[in-house]
Design a binder for this molecule. Sequence first.
Ligand SMILES: Nc1ncnc2c1ncn2[C@@H]1O[C@H](COP(=O)(O)OP(=O)(O)OP(=O)(O)O)[C@@H](O)[C@H]1O
Ligand SMILES: [Mg+2]
Length: 449
Amino acid sequence: MTVADSPLAWWRRQGLRFRLTVVAAAVLALALAVSASVLLTVLDRALIDTVDESTRQQAQKVRVHADAGTLTTPITTNDGTIVQVVDAGGRITHVTYGADRLVPLLDAAARERVLRKGSVTFMDGRPFAIPGPLRVVVVRADRGRTVIAARPVAEIQTSLATAGRVLLIGTPLLIVLLAAASWLIIGRTLRPISALRRGAAEITHTARSRRLPVPESKDEVHSLATTLNDMLARLEEAEQRQRALVSDASHELRSPLASIRLQLEVALGHPEGQDWRETAEGVLEDTMRLSKLAEDLLALARLDERGGVPARTEPVDLDEVTRQIADRYGDVRLTACEPLVVSGDALDLSRVLTNLIDNAVRHTTSKIEVALTGDGTLTVTDDGPGVPEEDRERVFNRFTRLDSGRGRDEGGAGLGLAIVRETVRAHGGTVHLEDAAPGLRVVVWLPRG
Ligand SMILES: Nc1ncnc2c1ncn2[C@@H]1O[C@H](COP(=O)(O)OP(=O)(O)OP(=O)(O)O)[C@@H](O)[C@H]1O
Ligand SMILES: [Mg+2]
C-alpha cells in the first residue's frame, strides 16, 4: 500500500473472494460480539434478581418473626443468607449462625439510604470476613427495628466470568472457522468464472480454441458461458462469411483485370497492324464487367448494412415498374400485369426484376414470360435448361454459379440471385425457383403495401 492509496481504493482492488470472506467474517464477528454481551448482561441480571428475591423473602420471614416476638437465636435460614436484626438503638439483637454480633453490615445512615432507594444494594463482604461482594436487603420491622439480610454473590460472578472466558475463546474460533469455510466455498463458486476468464484469455492469445468452457452446474455461470459461446459462434460465422466474400470478390476481380492487362500488353507490344478499335472494345467489355461487379458488391453491402430493412418505404406501383422494365427487353412477353402497390424502394425492386430477366435472357432458348398478379406474385419464366431440384436453394448464395463450364464472358459473378433474395426479404417477401417444364420459373411474392 503506497502513501497515495486510500484504504477504500486498496479495498476495491482486492479480489472478490477476499472481500466476500472479510465481509462475512466481519458481520459474524459483530453479530457474535453483540449477542455475547447481551447474553452476559441478561444472565447477570436474571441471576442477581433471583438472589434478591430469595434474600428479600428471608428478610420478610425474619421480620414477621421479629414483629410477633418469636425470633430465636441464632436465626435459622436454610439457604446461607446472613441475617442481622438491629434495634432502634443500633444494637444487634439477633443474628444467623456465624454472623457478626457487634457490627451491623450497614450503619444507620447506610440502612436509611438503602431503604429509601429500593431496599437492595451491593456491598463488599471482606471487612466482615466474607469473600466477595454481597447483595444486601434491608427491611423495616416494628419498634424501630431493621432486618438486614445479605447473600454472597461471588459464585454468580465466577460463573459469569467463566461464561465470558468461554465466549472470548469460542467466538474468535467460530469466526476463523466461518472465514475458512467462506474462503473455500467462495473459491469453489468462483472457479467456473476463473475458467471462463482463462478460456477468454486463451482465445485472445492463441485464437485456437474458439469456445469458452461451460461448467456442468446449470447455474447463472452456465447460462453466461453458453450465451457467450453463442455469441462467439455468430461472430466466427460472420467473420468466415466476410473472409469468403473478400476472397471470392478478389478472385472475381482478377480475371477481367488480367484480361485488360493482356490486351493492352499485346497491343503495345505489337503496335504495327494493331486494330486499336477492337482492343478498346475488349477493354471496355472487361471494364463493364468490373463495374457491374463493383455495383453488385455495393448493393449487397448496402443490404447487409441496413440489416433486412428496405432503403426507403414509399408506395411503389409495381405494375408500372414491371411494364417499364419489360419494355426495355425486346423478347420479353408480359402475360399479366395487374395493378399492385407495394411499400419499399423502387430502385431496389426494379433491380430484382432486371436481375431475373437478365438470367432468363442468358438461359432461354426462345421465350421469356413475365407476369404480375394483384395478390403480389411476380413470376419470370423461361424455357432454358432450368435449375436441378437440388441446386434451387444453393443458387441464391453469393458467388454461386452452376454453369461454370461456360465461358466467363457469358456468365456474371453469381451475385444476381443473392441480391434478389436479400432485397425481397428486406421488403418482407419470399422468392423461390420452380420447374417450368421446360425451363425455370422464378416466383417472387411481395406483401401489398
Ligand atoms: N433462368 C435460369 N435458367 C437456368 N439457370 C439459371 C437461371 N437463372 C440463374 N441460373 C443459374 O443460377 C446461377 C446463379 O444466378 P445468379 O443470377 O445469381 O448469377 P449469374 O447470373 O451467374 O451472375 P450475375 O447475376 O451476378 O451476373 C447462374 O450461374 C445459373 O447457373
Ligand atoms: Mg444473374
